[in-house]
Design a protein. Structure first.
Length: 356
């Protein structure tokens, strides 16, 4: 069977459509017919900023995928014809780290679009380990198609794991910096777990939208900066009867300015979760962590075992996706990349393979 994918030959050069043969999957692999693949900030970093991939170029980008399993290896037969989400980070499942529940730092892990050809294609062959089954009838009940579920693979699961790591619970004050994409879902997930959420961004339209999806307070970082941000949140917490300590801070902007703001919000017992990525460096006083007895946590992807719980938040309507996503034909990939890079898209793009 032949398929096609869109390949990055070098950063900045238009992605090229390339046909390829689908080989027989190995014993633990499956072939997924892709329903949709989300366009992530990470993809744009590889394409426009020269962030290095682990797989040599040419490479197909894309790590947010959903689809249907059309062929399996002999040890993965239970996945035949299942509709699935493919994890953005796939641990090996058998090493010491995986055995100890540390799969996100598995040294044998693979990430589509980074370590191997990714999802901007009609088909992909992936390990069966970690696949998340999707009930399309339940998706339809909340107005979603299978392609829409692709974004769960990173934009929803990554902040889900960050919220779990930070041990969010009812009564907490959560602060999310950068609320486009991943950050917007971090707002919703933290609110779904009982936190009161403050959203910070430089885009007023994004802030306004999230007032209806979990944000109890919004701050435009163009208008309120430095210590004034901290003072505004302190007053908000006081007015709401919330603690002045142990804030849960999520840096999702992937910018130096956002990281500086996040670190400046540390308070006694705070937890700072770094979710966004930037190549830029920031200058901080590390001793603040000591003085506040605070924690700083990294968050790389999401363990596959969390995917079903994250999906359940979507299927039960606790996390809304439709207002934040839109579908486009995969053949428009170069146009959509350019529009995303130029900030012309107001929703996360999902690229859907064109009908044969």
């Amino acid at each position: 069977m032949t398929a096609h994918r869109w390949v990055m030959e070098e950063p900045g050069k238009p992605l090229a459509r390339v046909e390829f043969d689908l080989l027989e999957p190995s014993s633990n692999e499956v072939i997924v017919e892709i329903a949709g693949c989300g366009v992530c900030h990470t993809d744009l970093g590889f394409f426009y900023d020269g962030v290095r991939t682990k797989h040599a170029l040419p490479l197909t980008l894309g790590h947010e995928m959903s689809g249907r399993v059309i062929k399996t290896g002999k040890d993965a037969a239970e996945w035949q014809d299942k509709t699935v989400i493919v994890p953005a980070v796939i641990p090996c499942g058998s090493c010491d780290l995986c055995d100890r529940g540390r799969g996100t730092i598995c040294r044998n892990q693979v990430s589509p679009g980074i370590d191997m050809h990714g999802g901007f294609a009609t088909h992909i062959t992936v390990p069966s380990a970690g696949l998340c089954a999707v009930d399309t009838a339940r998706l339809a009940a909340v107005g979603m198609e299978l392609a829409d579920a692709s974004v769960i693979a990173d934009a929803v699961t990554t902040p889900y794991q960050a919220v779990v790591q930070a041990e969010i619970e009812a009564g907490d004050l959560a602060v999310v910096i950068g609320v486009g994409g991943v950050g917007g879902y971090a707002v919703q997930i933290a609110a779904a777990r009982g936190a009161t959420v403050v959203a910070i961004d430089i885009d007023q339209a994004k802030l306004d939208q999230l007032e209806g999806y979990g944000a109890s307070m919004t701050i435009n970082a163009k208008e309120v900066q430095g210590r004034d941000v901290r003072d505004a949140i302190r007053q908000f917490a006081k007015d709401r009867g919330l603690r002045q300590t142990e804030w849960k801070i999520f840096e999702c902007s992937g910018t130096a300015a956002g990281q500086t703001t996040a670190y400046g919000l540390l308070t006694f017992g705070a937890c700072l979760s770094v979710v966004g990525f930037t190549m830029d460096k920031v200058e901080i006083r590390l001793s603040n962590l000591m003085a506040f007895h605070a924690r700083a946590l990294g968050n790389w992807g999401c363990l596959p075992e969390h995917y079903s719980d994250a999906l359940e938040l979507v299927l039960t309507g606790k996390v809304a996706m439709l207002p934040f996503i839109e579908r486009h034909s995969l053949s428009r990939i170069n146009e959509i990349f350019a529009r995303a890079h130029d900030g012309q898209l107001t929703r996360r793009a999902i690229l859907v393979p064109d009908a044969a």
